[in-house]
Design a binder for this molecule. Sequence first.
Ligand SMILES: C[S@@+](CC[C@H](N)C(=O)[O-])C[C@H]1O[C@@H](n2cnc3c(N)ncnc32)[C@H](O)[C@@H]1O
Length: 163
Amino acid sequence: MGAWEIGNGMFAWLTATFRPGTTLLELGSGAGSVRLGSYFRAVSVEHDSKWLEDGAKRGCPVVYAPIEDGWYAKQVVVALMRAIRPAVLLVDGPPSSIGRRGVMCLAEGLGSFGVEAVVFDDTEREHEAKLVDDFVSAVAGRFTTVRRFADEGKSFTAVQLWT
Ligand SMILES: C[S@@+](CC[C@H](N)C(=O)[O-])C[C@H]1O[C@@H](n2cnc3c(N)ncnc32)[C@H](O)[C@@H]1O
């Protein structure tokens, strides 16, 4: 398992929590996208042409979103979420050099996309843990369960949204 990929612990939690074929939108593609695609109807968003091509070579559905104002072009992500209505949103990009804080723009209207869980990778990093706290505070009108898991030297945090 490469350091850039989702860990075994996250994959185990996801597959124990959601049925095969559940729609998952992954922000940030990589080698782990193949594994996600073996269980989920997974679609990835990617800003970097290198990893866009890599994903395409691996047979993963990857949608290009350029970085605009410090995050993926919001209109691309929102249009994709409206089109595929992911039950799971996995926040594993963009890389730290760009930052993931732009995902905050999705928090308030999350209910309209049908999202049941938002999973943040790398939350052993203080700024990613703070992002989770801020995201949960901004999710409007939904009861949330937030659980952080250790995962082979790193951590991920699952935010489940209940109706
Ligand atoms: C943490 S990675 C995403 C990894 C992906 N979710 C996975 O499980 O394989 C975040 C970003 O880093 C880049 N990236 C992906 N794999 C990489 C690698 N092995 N080495 C360097 N950068 C990588 C891509 O631009 C990706 O969007």
